[in-house]
Design a protein around this ligand. Structure first.
Ligand code: NDP
Length: 337
């Protein structure tokens, strides 16, 4: 068992030993530890392999110093300086929260950076400040549009968070592909077959073989509906904020296994300001809605599992498979095993 702090330290050392500046490595290691603690293993320590791949190939600026600019009263842009997204995100957070509290709604665009983590982690501090928030980013280009035969879009996750009265927030966060690419990679490593309807091979035929799907394409969730949402993410995290679409980003990829070049759009809203002047207890109204939902047996709210896993990890520690730890230790140039 490892504590959350030990997981963070483990990740930080490997990133730093590979030459990543502390101010870049710190936010990544923190995100990885929190993600691992929440049981989101596809975006936890396993991602070190890709991060180190991009550091070693020279694709990412290991000394990147993100710059935050207020373009308008409710629009903030952070130029990631060709570094990783977590450092860019941490630079823009305060300005986004202030702008949303002042204007009711505000957007933060992270540009010129490499995004590889779980979106809920990006939302959490914004929602903790009492704001509702959307987040969108492109993923690796591996998703075929509904009815298509070849990859066109990224796994393009969407996340939404809502602040709750005296409780952990309501957050959902999922890829618009039937599953995140990292899950397919983990299933491939575990020798598991995919459920029907997750992927197609390079000739566009349905496949259950994870390797064949990774060489071909994944499918969007929910048929044409998920496909349209994935297209929306391409537009919001691409042309809207001056960043590449996932297909354009793939053309710039050198195959080092790391994240694609691509931005993230966060849109924060203040329910308090939206409700100002109204005799409406928005928090209680939302709580009544959640309570109604919970009266139905068999339902759970998105993020229930994650909050419970986080609680368990805080109390009992995190179990990381030894095989993965051994593999990751070998990423450190200081490893003498
Ligand atoms: P899932 O299909 O596992 O869906 C996850 C979401 O659905 C969570 O909010 C989860 O809550 C909720 N959920 C799952 N089951 C239920 C249920 N029975 N009832 C209610 N809610 C439920 O996730 P994906 O595989 O699509 O994505 C995993 C992660 O990958 C995301 O964090 C995403 O941001 C990340 N990703 C990142 C990319 C990047 O490039 N940066 C690209 C693509 C994906 P809970 O957490 O409580 O289980």
């Amino acid at each position: 068992m490892m504590t959350i702090a030990e997981v963070e330290d483990f990740a930080f050392r490997i990133l730093r030993d590979n030459g990543l500046a502390d101010h870049q490595a710190g936010p990544i290691a923190r995100a990885m530890a929190v993600t691992e603690a929440a049981g989101s293993h596809s975006h936890g320590l396993y991602r070190l392999i890709g991060y180190v791949g991009s550091i070693r190939s020279g694709r990412v600026n290991v000394l990147a110093r993100p710059r935050c600019e207020r373009i308008a009263s409710s629009f903030i842009r952070v130029d990631g300086d060709n570094g990783f997204a977590p450092a860019a995100h941490s630079i823009g957070l305060t300005a986004l929260i202030e702008a949303a509290e002042t204007n009711g709604i505000a957007a933060l665009a992270l540009t010129n950076c490499y995004h590889f983590s779980a979106l809920w982690h990006d939302l959490d501090p914004i929602v903790a400040a009492g704001l509702a928030c959307w987040a969108f980013t492109i993923g690796q280009c591996i998703v075929a549009p509904h009815g298509g035969t070849h990859r066109l879009m990224g796994t393009n996750p969407i996340a939404f968070g809502w602040p709750r009265k005296g409780q952990r927030p309501f957050v959902f966060d999922f890829a618009t592909s039937v599953v995140a690419r990292g899950e397919i990679e983990l299933m491939s490593r575990a020798g598991k077959m995919l459920p029907q309807g997750w992927g197609i091979d390079a000739s566009g035929e349905p496949t259950r073989d994870p390797q064949a799907a990774l060489a071909g394409a994944l499918l969007p969730f929910g048929g044409y509906k998920g496909s349209a949402l994935a297209m929306m993410v391409e537009l919001l995290a691409g042309p809207l904020i001056g960043e590449p679409t996932s297909r354009q980003a793939a053309a710039l990829d050198n195959g080092d296994g790391g994240p694609p070049l691509g931005g993230e759009l966060l849109i924060a809203m203040s329910p308090a300001l939206f409700n100002s002047g109204l005799a409406n207890d928005w928090q209680q109204q939302a709580e009544n809605f959640f309570a109604d939902a919970r009266t139905q047996p068999g339902i759970r709210l998105p993020s229930d599992r994650r909050h419970a896993a986080r609680q368990r990890s805080e109390e009992e520690g995190i179990s990381v498979p030894n095989a993965l730890l051994d593999e990751l230790r070998k990423l450190s140039p200081r490893d003498d095993s």
